[in-house]
Design a protein around this ligand. Structure first.
Ligand code: PEP
Ligand code: MG
Length: 603
C-alpha cells in the first residue's frame, strides 16, 4: 500500500530506489559494501563467530549445571537454550547470507539488517512470551558482533557495481520478500534513524541514489554532507525508519521533503517524469561551467567550494569553483575509532599530506582550510557521541574551544597547514571565535607553530588569516576581529542557530530555524558592510550561500564571495548572471528594514 512520510527537504531532486535500512544497534557497527570476491570471506566471518558463540553458550550452560539452584535458577539454563536456538535459526543465517551475497553488505551490516527484520516479526506477535524473545535475539546478535570485532578484512568501503538508472517499475508484488530482490543492480536509497557525519562519509562514494533520516535539521552536519553528495535527501522524517521496510521501493522527493513508500505505477510514472525534467535542467546548467560569474552590471563574483575531504577538490574544479572557501578539516579526524584499522587521530604528516593534496587538487587556486570543528553534532567518534555529560553540546566544548583546550592537537594541525602552505595559496580559517582572549591565544599558537617548524628546519609558507563569524557576539564586535584578521567568513548555519537559539540539528524546532529572520539578516548585512568599509575580504560559507533564494539579497548587501557545495555552484551562477547589483542595493535595504523580510523578498 502506498503511503507518504513528510520531512525536511535538504538536497534537491527525485530519487527512486530500493530501501536500504541502516539500523542503529546497541553495538556500533560499520556499514560498507564489500567486493564480490569478498563474499565468501564475509560469510565465513559470520560462520566463525557463530561457532565461537555456540561454544561460549555451551560452556555457560555447563557452568550453570555445576551451580546450585540458589546461584543459578532453572530459568537461566532455559534461557541459554533459547539463545542456542536463536543462534542456529534458519531465518537469521539465510537472511544474513542474502544481504552479504546479494547486496554486498559487510557482515556486521548484514547481521543488524536481518536482526531488524526478524525483530519486527517478533513485534507483531500476539503471544507476549514470544514477543519478549526479541530481546534474546538482540543479545545473541550482540554476542556475534562482539566476536566479529577486529576480524574485518576489507580496507576501504567500496561502492557496489554500477547501478542502472531507475526504471519504471512494473512489478510491485515482491515487497514482502527481501530475498526476492533483483540483485544489487538497482538504485538503492538509504533510510536510517540517524547518520553521523562520519557515517555519511563512508557512504559518500555515490553508492546511494538518495537518503532519508528520521532526525536532523536542514543545516545539521548530516544534511550538509548529504548536500555535498548531490543526491536527493530528506531529514527529520521522524518515523521513516520504522515505517519503511528493507527493500521497499521508495521515492524521495528532495524538493518537497516527501518520501513515498511502495508507490503505485501512476505515482511512479509521475515522479519518473519529474526526475527526467531535473536531469534536463542539470544539463542546461552544465553549460555555464566555464562562464565567468559576472553580473549584468559587470560585478565579478567569486564562487568557491565547500569540501570535506581533499578528494572533493575534483568535484569543485569540475563545477567551476575558483577556489575552496571552506575545507571542513574535522572530517579528517572523525569516525576513525569505528574503523578496525586506525584508532588514532591523524598526525602532522598525515594531515600535511591531506592539505597538500587539497592544494594540488585546486591547481593553483586558493584553499581555505578551517581548523578542526568537532563537538555538538559532529562528534569525533561514536564514544564521544554517546557521552551524555554535556547538556548543551552546541554551547559547549566545540570548534576553537576544543582546539584551545588541547594545544598539542591544535599545534599539530597548525604545523601541518603551515607546511602545506609552501605548496600553494592557503587561507587559514578559525571557527567559532567569540572572545578577544580566544583570538589572542589562537594567534600566539599560530606564531608558536611557525617557530617550532623553524627550529626543526622545516619549510612552511605564508597564510592569510581569517575568522568565522558564527556567534552573534562576534558579529557585534567586528572591530576587534578586523584588527587581527585578513578576512572574515560568515558561517550562517551557526549564526542562525546562536542568534535564534535554535538547535540546527533538532527537527522539532526546524520550523523556527529562519535564515530570513530580521536579526540574522542584520548581523549578516553589518558584517559584509564593515568588511567592505575596511577593505577586508568577506564571504558567506554557510548553507545560505548555496541557496538561490538568497543570492540576490546577498549581492544587494554587497557580498561578492560565496562558498558552497560544488553541486550548488552552477545554480547560484545562473542567479549571478541574471542580477544587476545596482538595482538590487535599494531592494536589499528594503528587505533588511522590513518586519517580514521573507515576504518582501518574495513580493
Ligand atoms: C556555518 O556554521 O555556517 C559553517 C559553515 O560551519 P559548519 O556548518 O561546519 O558549522
Ligand atoms: Mg559553523
Amino acid at each position: 500500500m502506498t503511503f507518504a512520510v513528510h520531512g525536511l527537504p535538504v538536497a534537491r531532486g527525485i530519487a527512486i530506489g530500493r530501501a536500504v535500512l541502516v539500523v542503529s544497534s546497541r553495538i556500533d557497527v560499520a556499514h560498507y559494501f564489500i567486493k564480490p570476491e569478498e563474499i565468501e570471506t564475509e560469510i565465513d566471518r559470520v560462520r566463525t563467530a557463530r561457532n565461537a558463540v555456540a561454544d561460549e553458550l555451551i560452556k555457560l550452560q555447563a557452568n550453570v549445571a555445576l551451580m546450585g539452584p540458589n546461584d543459578a535458577p532453572h530459568e537461566l539454563s532455559a534461557l541459554l537454550e533459547v539463545h542456542q536456538m536463536l543462534l542456529q535459526d534458519e531465518a537469521l543465517s539465510t537472511g544474513v547470507k542474502h544481504w552479504i551475497s546479494e547486496r554486498l553488505y559487510n557482515a556486521e551490516w548484514a547481521l543488524t539488517t536481518q536482526l531488524e527484520i526478524i525483530a519486527r516479526q517478533f513485534d507483531e506477535m500476539e503471544d507476549a512470551y514470544l514477543r519478549e524473545r526479541k530481546a534474546d535475539l538482540e543479545q545473541v546478535v550482540e554476542r556475534l558482533l562482539h566476536r566479529m570485532k577486529g576480524t574485518a578484512a576489507v580496507l576501504a568501503p567500496s561502492p557496489p557495481r554500477r547501478k542502472r538508472a531507475a526504471a519504471p517499475l512494473d512489478d510491485n508484488d515482491d515487497h514482502d520478500d527481501p530475498t526476492a530482490g533483483d540483485g544489487i543492480d538497482v538504485p538503492l536509497v538509504l533510510i536510517a534513524h540517524d547518520l553521523s557525519p562520519a557515517d555519511m562519509l563512508q557512504f559518500k562514494k555515490s553508492v546511494f541514489a538518495g537518503f532519508v533520516t528520521d532526525v536532523g535539521g536542514r543545516t545539521s552536519h548530516t544534511a550538509i554532507v548529504a548536500r555535498s553528495m548531490d543526491i536527493p535527501a530528506v531529514v527529520g522524517a521522524r518515523t521513516a525508519s520504522q515505517l519503511v521496510r528493507q527493500d521497499d521501493w521508495v521515492i524521495i522527493d528532495g524538493d518537497a521533503g516527501v518520501v513515498i513508500v511502495d508507490p503505485s505505477p501512476i505515482i511512479l510514472a509521475e515522479y519518473g517524469f519529474k526526475q527526467r525534467q531535473g536531469d534536463l535542467e542539470r544539463g542546461r546548467l552544465a553549460r555555464l561551467r566555464h562562464k565567468p560569474a559576472v553580473t549584468l552590471d559587470g560585478q565579478r563574483v567569486e564562487l568557491l567550494a565547500n569540501i570535506e575531504m581533499p578528494e572533493d577538490t575534483l568535484g569543485a574544479v569540475k563545477a567551476g569553483a575558483v577556489g575552496v572557501g571552506l575545507f571542513r578539516s574535522e572530517f579528517l579526524f572523525m569516525g576513525r575509532e569505528s574503523s578496525t584499522r586506525q584508532t588514532r587521530l591523524p598526525d602532522e604528516e598525515e594531515q600535511y599530506q591531506a592539505y597538500k593534496r587539497a592544494v594540488e587538487g585546486m591547481q593553483g587556486m586558493p584553499v581555505t582550510i578551517r581548523t578542526i570543528d568537532v563537538g555538538a553534532d559532529k562528534p569525533l567518534d561514536s564514544k564521544s557521541a554517546n557521552k551524555q555529560e554535556h547538556l548543551n553540546p552546541a554551547l559547549g566544548l566545540r570548534a576553537i574551544r576544543w582546539s584551545l583546550a588541547d594545544p598539542a592537537m591544535f599545534l599539530t594541525q597548525l604545523r601541518a597547514i603551515l607546511r602545506a602552505a609552501a605548496h600553494g595559496e592557503i587561507h587559514l580559517l578559525i571557527p567559532m571565535l567569540a572572545h578577544a582572549s580566544e583570538i589572542r591565544q589562537t594567534l600566539s599558537l599560530i606564531d608558536f607553530a611557525r617557530t617550532e617548524l623553524d627550529n626543526r628546519g622545516v619549510v612552511h609558507g605564508p597564510v592569510k588569516l581569517g575568522a568565522m563569524i558564527e556567534i552573534p557576539a562576534a558579529a557585534l564586535t567586528l572591530r576587534i576581529f578586523l584588527k587581527h584578521f585578513d578576512f572574515l567568513s560568515i558561517g550562517t548555519n551557526d549564526l542562525i542557530q546562536y542568534t535564534l537559539a535554535i538547535d540546527r540539528a533538532d527537527e522539532s524546532v526546524a520550523h523556527l530555524y529562519d535564515p530570513a529572520h530580521p536579526a540574522v539578516l542584520r548581523l549578516v548585512a553589518d558584517t559584509i558592510a564593515e568588511c567592505r568599509r575596511q577593505g577586508k575580504g568577506v564571504s558567506v560559507c554557510g548553507e545560505m550561500a548555496g541557496d538561490v533564494a538568497f543570492t540576490r539579497l546577498l549581492l544587494g548587501l554587497g557580498l561578492r564571495s560565496f562558498s558552497m557545495h560544488p553541486s550548488r555552484i552552477l545554480a547560484v551562477k545562473q542567479e549571478v548572471l541574471r542580477a544587476d547589483t545596482g538595482k538590487l542595493e535599494a531592494w536589499a535595504k528594503a528587505v533588511l528594514e522590513s518586519d517580514d523580510p521573507a515576504a518582501t523578498m518574495a513580493g
